[in-house]
Design a protein around this ligand. Structure first.
Ligand code: AP5
Length: 207
């Protein structure tokens, strides 16, 4: 399938968790703006320093920073047949800029109500060696690696509430925008991880 796929949804919906099945089916590389920004913060780059302040408060990083990051990323040879965007675009100006540089063929929207989000995010843990995402209740890690797992700095209840607020004000309208373009494919994200994975796999196989 030509073109890029967008994985859309609120913070903690399961975008990162479900990205792997889409990569497996389509062979497209995952491009996560959240991971790119965290990498820039960890490396202490100028871009990271600018982004950190917004991220720690649960606010969106300004569009021009994000669009520049994506323009650079799409120049890589592995992006020539399209990519899987995870967490991008998140505003209508970002989506408009994206439309100028690449073709989006589908937007998979993982739908989860706000009341499930806080528990999902506060319980999230990540393996820094592999990037694998776990949850203390919903996807417990194997005991031999649990000592090395980390919690994201923005995964506090207070920051999650701000991230949800940013999502409703700035990102949710983008879902309607993609729906009007006939690209939005809603997937129920409230079941167990494996159930959602099956629904995502069906949606992607039908593209
Ligand atoms: P980003 O890293 O993109 O964070 P996010 O959108 O808030 O999404 P998350 O990574 O929190 O959640 P997810 O949907 O991937 O869920 P996951 O699979 O991990 O962005 C971070 C920050 O960077 C933003 O706040 C912003 O400041 C900045 N930023 C990034 N992109 C930007 C952009 N384009 N524009 C401007 N600013 C930008 O799952 C969550 C947990 O739930 C895990 O523990 C998982 O195990 C569990 N889980 C998953 N599915 C299920 C299920 N079905 N049932 C039970 N538990 C589940």
């Amino acid at each position: 399938m030509s073109g890029s796929i967008v994985l859309f949804g609120p913070p903690g919906a399961g975008k990162g968790t479900q990205a792997s099945i889409i990569v497996e089916i389509t062979g497209k590389p995952q491009v996560s703006t959240g991971d790119m920004l965290r990498d820039a913060v960890a490396r202490g780059t100028n871009l990271g320093a600018k982004a950190q302040n917004f991220m720690s408060q649960g606010l969106l990083v300004p569009d021009e920073i994000i669009i520049g990051l994506i323009e650079e990323r799409l120049k890589s040879s592995d992006a020539s047949d399209g990519v899987l965007f995870d967490g991008f675009p998140r505003t209508i100006p970002q989506a408009e800029a994206l439309a100028d540089i690449t073709n989006v063929s589908a937007v998979i929207s993982i739908e989860v109500p706000d009341e499930d989000i806080i528990e999902r995010i506060v319980g999230r843990r990540m393996d820094p060696q592999t990037g694998e995402i776990f949850h203390i209740t919903f996807r417990p890690p194997p005991s031999e690696i649990s000592h090395r797992l980390i919690q994201r700095k923005d995964d506090t209840e207070e920051t999650v509430r701000q991230r949800l607020s940013s999502y409703h004000k700035q990102t949710k309208p983008l879902g309607d925008w993609y729906q009007n373009l006939g690209l939005l494919i809603p997937v129920d994200g409230t079941g167990q991880i494996e159930e959602v994975r099956k629904s995502v796999a069906i949606a992607v196989s039908e593209l």
